[in-house]
Design a protein around this ligand. Structure first.
Ligand code: NDP
Length: 473
């Protein structure tokens, strides 16, 4: 079992106590990481603060060049990083539709390289005899990043790369469940950047809480649960930190009666089960018109019956659920659906251990009030609900407190788009779901978050505006 170090001010740093990292396929520890002390967090924040003036004074092109070198270094070590990711997170190397650990590494490269191509040009609002007024974008300062366990390295890249490009320095905390790939990758790129520009501290939720209340951090970017997002918002209030919060969703899809079931079912399945359902923007509630309900349920069940779930080494389609807490939650929601009289077309029971394995589960004839419909399961289980009236389906889709994504499926694209525009969510898809890309803004409405990530809209969240007014005459 190997021990990993934190990265503070360009140095590898250990701590007095350690946290074991568990392989979710075996339930055995595979490595340990330091449990940072509050003083070590202070040292990391001080290093980021000290590195800020010189880093933000560099030109955008200089920062861009170093960021692109980071991508090259990650690419050179892609296979090894993907293996480690697969071990700690549980996702297979390739997996269903090629959406496994190698896909996450490929996503890191795509996001880093696209983000590095962006610019923050000065905008001229007015230039006449009276005055010239310019809008400048200044780095927001020291950024605290707190990331979850579903896409550990990809989400870390989403958080830190736009910050670095904008001229910010970073203190990042990966989830205690999946810190290894982030530590490994950031140590690999450490020599590319000046010391203190990126610092990685490891620990549990208490270190996340200490980051969100730290007086010398200027912005928090967080991906995780709505519950923790609210706590972060509270503790960030003291020094009015800027916030980007990407929280949970319970994405609905509405399938209209003119949908070609044979064509749509594969995409619906893939976007519901992506990363074993542990994806914030996965399709989580499927509303299907009664005319094609049985046909759709059968098609989905047919796909579910043909896929495999098992340890990554066996080359399955899906791996284990990442951690015991999440596994217990999926088991609990399946039980609740059973108690509500739902029909299980596939799966429904946890698989024999060791490991947090739960088979791909398709549930039909489930009442709207069932917890499996109302709450985000974040696992490989999909409730399929029948509707007869489109307005009623839309009302049910919108009747939750969250709004990350949503979709409408139909062979009439214009009708589908008109309905999709009425979904209360940050991203609405037509005939697709869960598709995100580095240049399209992504974020939630209602309790799914604050702000957006990706592309220029995401980049400006790492800046403050400075308006420059130059009087003339
Ligand atoms: P959390 O929101 O608790 O964890 C996400 C990150 O926040 C982790 O790094 C965690 O640290 C850290 N954290 C925990 N408590 C605090 C705190 N008080 N202040 C600051 N940071 C904190 O998610 P869970 O792992 O508990 O998952 C629960 C649910 O969240 C899931 O069922 C799912 O619905 C949702 N979720 C959504 C994700 C998304 O992509 N939007 C990703 C993961 C989960 P540590 O892990 O070390 O405790």
């Amino acid at each position: 079992m190997s021990d990993y170090s934190m990265l503070i001010n360009g140095e590898a740093v250990s701590a007095d106590s350690a946290i074991d990292v568990i392989n979710p396929a075996t339930e055995q520890p595979i490595a340990s990481v330091p449990a940072a002390s509050p003083e070590q967090l202070d040292t990391a924040v001080a290093a980021a603060r000290a590195a800020l003036p010189a880093w933000s004074a560099r030109s955008m092109d200089e920062r861009r060049e170093l960021i692109l070198k980071m991508a090259d270094r990650i690419e050179q070590n892609m296979g090894e990083l993907a293996q480690l990711l697969s071990q700690e997170q549980g996702k297979p190397m390739e997996g269903f539709a090629g959406l496994g650990a190698m896909f996450e590494l490929g996503g890191c490269l795509a996001w880093i390289r696209y983000t590095a191509s962006l610019d923050l040009p000065v905008e001229v609002i007015q230039d006449n005899d009276e005055a010239r007024i310019e809008v400048h974008r200044k780095p927001v300062g020291v950024v605290g990043s707190i990331t979850p366990w579903n896409y550990p390295l990809l989400i870390t890249c989403w958080h830190i790369i736009p910050g670095l490009l904008a001229g910010c320095t970073v203190v990042a905390k990966p989830s205690e469940y999946t810190p290894l790939t982030v530590l490994k990758a950031m140590h690999l790129v450490a020599d590319i950047l000046p010391p203190g520009v990126i610092n990685i501290v490891t620990g549990g939720g208490e270190i996340g809480a200490a980051i969100s209340s730290h007086p010398d951090i200027d912005k928090i970017v967080f991906t995780g649960s709505t519950r923790t997002g609210k706590r972060i918002m509270e503790s960030a209030a003291d020094n009015l930190k800027r916030l980007t919060l990407e929280l949970g969703g319970n994405d609905a899809a509405i399938v209209l009666p003119d949908t070609n079931v044979a064509e749509a079912a594969g995409k619906i399945f893939a976007t519901a089960m992506i990363n074993n359902g542990q994806t914030c923007a996965a399709l989580k509630r499927l509303y299907v018109h009664e005319d094609i309900y049985d046909e759709m349920c059968e098609a989905l069940a047919g796909i579910a019956a043909s896929v495999t779930t098992g340890p990554a080494g066996e080359g399955p389609d899906f791996g284990p659920i990442q951690n015991k807490m999440q596994y217990d939650r999926v088991c609990e929601l399946a039980e609740a659906a059973r108690a509500d009289g739902a029909t299980f077309l596939t799966g429904g029971e946890p698989m024999p251990g060791p490991g947090y394995f739960f088979p791909v589960t398709i549930v039909k004839d489930i009442p709207e009030h069932s917890r499996l419909v109302q709450e985000e399961p974040f696992g490989p289980i999909l409730p399929v609900v029948s509707f007869s009236d489109v307005e009623d389906a839309l009302a049910r889709a919108n009747a939750v407190s969250v709004g990350l994504g949503g979709s409408v499926w139909s062979s009439d694209v214009a009708a589908a788009q008109a309905l999709a525009s009425r979904l209360e969510c940050g991203t609405a898809w037509v005939n697709n779901h869960a598709m995100i890309q580095p240049d399209a803004p992504f974020g939630g409405v209602k309790q799914s978050g604050v702000g957006v990530e990706f592309g220029r809209y995401g980049l400006v969240e790492y800046t403050n505006i400075q308006t420059m007014q130059i009087a003339k005459g």
